[in-house]
Design a protein around this ligand. Structure first.
Ligand SMILES: CC(C)(COP(=O)(O)OP(=O)(O)OC[C@H]1O[C@@H](n2cnc3c(N)ncnc32)[C@H](O)[C@@H]1OP(=O)(O)O)[C@@H](O)C(=O)NCCC(=O)NCCS
Length: 331
């Protein structure tokens, strides 16, 4: 039977740091409130010359290197983002060109907000299991701060830029580590789409003066409702995957959740009586990087030695749409 396994990971953070103390000078907020209510101390900002595809490229190169693969070995690229370079061409196509992948390599953007990476990884797994694809690059990359209103203290304290990438490769039952993706679930609830929006650039709000005056170029969020839904749906997706795979939480070595707010993460972990020292949390230094948080956290914990081959990992995410999903793998 064909399986898929992660053969390499990579991540990239832009250099410029925006600390809570910097934000204190920009908007009516303070370091204590942000740390206590979100767990975030600082986040990164891309430099003006960087585009989302550049961040993606940096993360992708590291993932390829870790997998000992070359760009020409990749036969498909998924790029999950909420902050594409532009509407058309897709950022995945731009990445394909910048990376030097071949023209036989398909490329597709995934618009599932912060869940985009988990969506991409789940779809890539099915494509490899279908037998036609061997190595699929799945990237989450964001310059979301370009769409943040720095007078809105409810959103500007949360978000940061960054990218994470994995190469998902074909493996078989006979491989020595027996790594594989065991199960996943993807969900959406369009009836709650209004809770988290970025309206500009689509057919409803293509970019008129009125659109700009209304602030449609910025992320808009009902924070408390998003918070409640986030804890509910991430827990429910994890429950579904545990049931699907007949796994119990005690058999999961690491929970790698979307990094939106440390209190959301703690609440999901508590639901499964999952100790926080088995949860990968890097939000303090990164903020919420939307679709990039899960692959960035995964790469960080692999590179610092916390995660190693043979362990069972539960990935879970939640985002605008509303979308949600979880994925269980043997790394
Ligand atoms: C946005 C968020 C941090 C706000 O935290 P909260 O604990 O829900 O805070 P509330 O909105 O209830 O506000 C509590 C108080 O703090 C104030 N406040 C809000 N933002 C503040 C800030 N940045 N600094 C200081 N005070 C702030 C509010 O005005 C309110 O004051 P009041 O009680 O005098 O009215 C939180 O709701 C959250 O993280 N939501 C989910 C966001 C998310 O995950 N988004 C991405 C999804 S992928």
């Amino acid at each position: 039977m064909i399986n898929s396994k992660i053969s390499g990971t990579g991540s990239y953070l832009p250099e410029k740091v925006l600390s809570n103390f910097d934000l204190e000078k920009m908007v009516d907020t303070n370091n204590e409130w942000i740390v206590e209510r979100t767990g975030i101390s600082e986040r990164r900002l891309a430099s003006p010359h960087e585009q989302t595809s550049d961040l993606a490229l940096n993360a992708a190169k590291k993932a390829l290197e870790a997998a000992s693969l070359k760009p020409e070995d990749i036969d498909f690229i998924f790029l999950a983002t909420t902050s594409p370079d532009q509407v058309m061409p897709s950022t995945a196509c731009t990445l394909q060109q910048k990376l030097g992948a071949t023209k036989n390599c398909g490329a597709l953007d995934i618009y599932a907000a912060c869940t985009g990476f988990v969506y991409g990884l789940s779809i890539a797994d099915q494509m490899i299991k279908g037998g036609l694809y061997k190595n699929i690059l799945v990237v989450g990359a964001e310059i979301i701060t370009r769409f943040i209103d720095y007078t809105d203290r409810g959103t500007c304290i949360l978000f940061g830029d960054g990218a994470g990438a994995v190469v998902l490769s074909r493996s078989d039952e006979a491989s020595s580590d027996n790594s594989k993706i065991l199960g996943h679930t993807l969900k959406a609830d369009g009836s709650l789409g209004h809770l988290l929006t970025l309206k500009l650039g689509g057919s409803r709000h293509p970019g008129s003066v009125e659109d700009l005056e209304a602030g449609h170029q910025y992320v808009s969020m009902e924070g408390r409702d998003i918070f409640k839904n986030a804890t509910r749906v991430m827990a429910s997706c994890c429950e579904d995957v545990l049931e699907q795979t007949s796994f119990s939480p005690e058999n999961v070595d690491w929970l790698i959740p979307h990094q939106a707010n440390v209190r959301i993460i703690e609440s999901v972990a508590k639901r499964f009586k999952f100790p926080m020292d088995k949860v990968v949390v890097n939000i303090e230094k990164t903020g919420n990087n939307s679709s990039a948080t899960v692959p960035m956290a995964l790469d960080t914990a692999i590179r610092d030695g916390r995660i190693h081959r043979g362990q069972h990992l539960m990935l879970t995410a939640f985002g605008g749409g509303l979308t949600s999903g979880s994925l269980l793998m043997k790394y």
